[in-house]
Design a protein around this ligand. Structure first.
Ligand code: ZN
Length: 243
């Protein structure tokens, strides 16, 4: 079954040549990512909507980005849900929220991506394409890292840590960096991460993951403790492989 679903080697090799976020992966890691991405396409259901056309190279590109974070965690980290919906561009999503005064509101806002707790990941293909560049923006990594975060409850910036990672070190690193981020945004200071990271600890985690994979050295310089926690959690060190 997997043999049939495996991503064609020529498609995979061409993808790896043109995907800078995967530059520096050694031959073993590339082979493992190829296997994981093939399994991903076998396990998950990609549903193109509203005219999106997903050929094999697009499916492979999406799977490669989605699987890079779990390269050393295994696909089991994405268990419990099945569907990835893909719109052609930003899509409108309706969200209920309660303001500081306790009033309930509903708003409709355009989104590049969304991850439902226990449900689908939703992506805009236009933003998936933007995520193929190495600039710190990656909606695929962002939403799939929300999925990792949600695998032990709501997206709160604390994914399930392995036994060898003390909770206190994670909490300290992320709380300090998040508080500083919020203060910087409030004061209008320039920040490495997109200011959207100051929305909530769960968003901070997902945005930090984008930078961890896309511009690791900048993240390591700006937030060494956060970088170190992510390096331990993902069991990979993009700062060593990306210039
Ligand atoms: Zn988010």
């Amino acid at each position: 079954m997997l043999r049939r679903a495996a991503i064609n080697t020529a498609v995979w090799d061409e993808l790896m040549t043109g995907l800078p976020v995967c530059a520096g992966l050694d031959a073993d890691e590339r082979a493992r990512l190829h296997r994981t991405a093939s399994l991903f396409l076998h396990d998950k259901r990609l549903e193109p909507l509203a005219g999106v056309v997903l050929d094999e190279s697009r499916r492979a590109a999406l799977a490669a980005l989605a699987c890079l974070p779990v390269l050393n965690l295994g696909l089991a980290a994405y268990r419990g849900w099945r569907t990835v919906l893909i719109y052609p561009e930003e899509f409108l999503a309706r969200h209920a929220y309660t303001d500081d005064a306790g009033l309930a509101h509903e708003e409709v806002a355009p989104l590049a991506g969304e991850a439902w707790d226990g449900g689908p990941v939703v992506l805009s293909w236009e933003d998936v394409e933007r995520s193929l560049e190495l600039d710190g923006y990656n909606v695929v990594i962002h939403e799939f890292c929300h999925k990792l975060d949600m695998s032990n409850g709501e997206a709160n910036g604390l994914p399930p840590l392995p036994a060898e990672m003390p909770l206190a070190a994670w909490t300290q690193a992320f709380t300090e960096a998040y508080d500083r981020m919020c203060a910087d945004v409030e004061a209008g200071r320039e920040t490495l991460l997109d200011p959207y990271a100051a929305e909530a600890p769960g968003e901070f985690f997902a945005v930090a993951c984008e930078s961890f994979f896309e511009r690791p050295r900048a993240l390591r310089a700006a937030m060494p403790a956060v970088y170190d926690q992510l390096r331990q959690y993902f069991r990979q060190d993009p700062g060593r492989r990306l210039a």
